[in-house]
Ligand binder design. Sequence first.
Ligand code: FAD
Length: 520
Amino acid sequence: MPKELLLQVSPEIAANTALLQEHLSKQIKVGVDDIQHIAIVKRSIDARQKAIKVNLKVVIYLQGETFQESSIALPDYPNVTNKQEVIVIGAGPAGLFAALQLIELGLKPIVVERGKDVRGRRRDLKAINRDHIVNEDSNYCFGEGGAGTYSDGKLYTRSKKRGDVTRILELLVAFGATPDILVEAHPHIGTNKLPQIIQDIREKIIECGGQVMFETRVTDILIKNNEVQGVVTQNGDTISANKMILATGHSARDIFEMLDRKKVLIEAKPFALGVRAEHPQSLIDSIQYSCDYRGEHLPPAPYSIVKQVGGRGMYSFCMCPGGVIAPCATSPGEVVTNGWSPSKRDQATANSGIVIELKLEDFKPFEKFGALAGMEFQKSIEQKAWHLAGQTQRVPAQRMIDFTQNKVSASIPPTSYVPGTTSVEMGQVFPGFLSQILREGFTEFGKSMKGYLTNDAILHAPESRTSSPVRIPRDGISLEHLQIKGLYPCGEGAGYAGGIISAAIDGEKCALKIAESLNL
Ligand code: FAD
């Protein structure tokens, strides 16, 4: 019987098969050559002590024991060309995984996406970075693969249902992601690898008879007797179907406005907001790994920090080791930050959103907007930041200690944020209570992570698209909208997911509920 073992080894041993084999042979008292294969099934880094260890779960196959290289195959997707059609609005993780699941269940997805395909999108990302031009349909949030395509591709989630998470990870591997994501405690894919995976998913949908329409923005949802009939696109075309998954993400403000106008029930939802902090990666490594140099066997260190400040949670969000800060605005006249990293996370800086939990009562003076109050509050901060930084895609920036001392920074060094920065006192960007919490919070962070509070860290503002400012409420069992039959609010935009994996899981869930409603 192959032997399963939990062990702690040095990063050097964990990274070298021959050394690991030698280590294990001593541990289980067999000759090195008696070991046929070592399968690593879980890997995590334990940086709590000075001597950093790697936790491994391994299965050891001795000579003579049956070992088969496992490969993960795609499900047997049927051809759905002539099957019942379901409209999927949005080709983010929620929409794409909903489409795959619909096919598996024998339904035909018609995916309608306002943005361009992954390759076409690249030109628009260049334009926002270099020329400060924001294409309202094609940017870091909109386009094939959704907000997750040009991201860090972190694939961890707080979802407790391991089975659901594993299924999505396995599908990603079957579509070309590295099998390492099944092993790592904190898997990620990276911006350079995600586009091909997304493209392969799209090609599979089309090969099976599904449809994927790019540069097709949904402008209206047709509803009759409280039941969906189809959608209207920006060209005035109508696509008919009485089942529809609405997975347009947290930045589709026009969708929220359209629903509000049509008196389809939506609700204001609290979200979190703050800044994106950038440190030298070497500094984060030295804090997290308690060393001067992390060496060649440890990955660029991530961090995760949360504090209660002034009665609110202030926490790191979407931390990108070895990453780059991206301009994530979806309309002209606003600036928004977020972060991405390549699969190797080999950039010189580490960035993270540092955000504060908001409450519904914070959305003053926007109460008049009702369900859109949070969205208007968010928009007002993004627009103010745009004004303060010079009305381009430059963002307000300040050194961290200067911020805590209310001092405009005399200079801002170049950061990874390509459009550039303008030295601004951050207190001008946010309402007073938020600035105060951020100031206190950074001081607190500095006490837990020695070296974190430094003027070598540059704050960029705002980090405002952390989750949806609106919920599109649905029934907890059928997942249909509370009032509109056939409408399935889905993913992050509807307020039911946060992050790539949970959005993908929610997409699958909505597809399953549609099949259930059709007795499939
Ligand atoms: P989205 O991905 O937002 O997709 C919605 C889609 O709907 C978009 O493609 C949009 O173009 C389309 N759409 C919108 N309106 C319309 C319309 N009217 N008609 C047709 N189509 C429309 N999450 C992680 O888990 N890990 C990370 O490392 C990570 N990094 C990120 C980095 C960046 C730069 C950004 C912006 C986000 C990152 N996220 C990350 C968040 C993650 O991308 C989202 O949580 C996830 O993509 C949400 O999936 P979704 O399908 O619900 O919505």
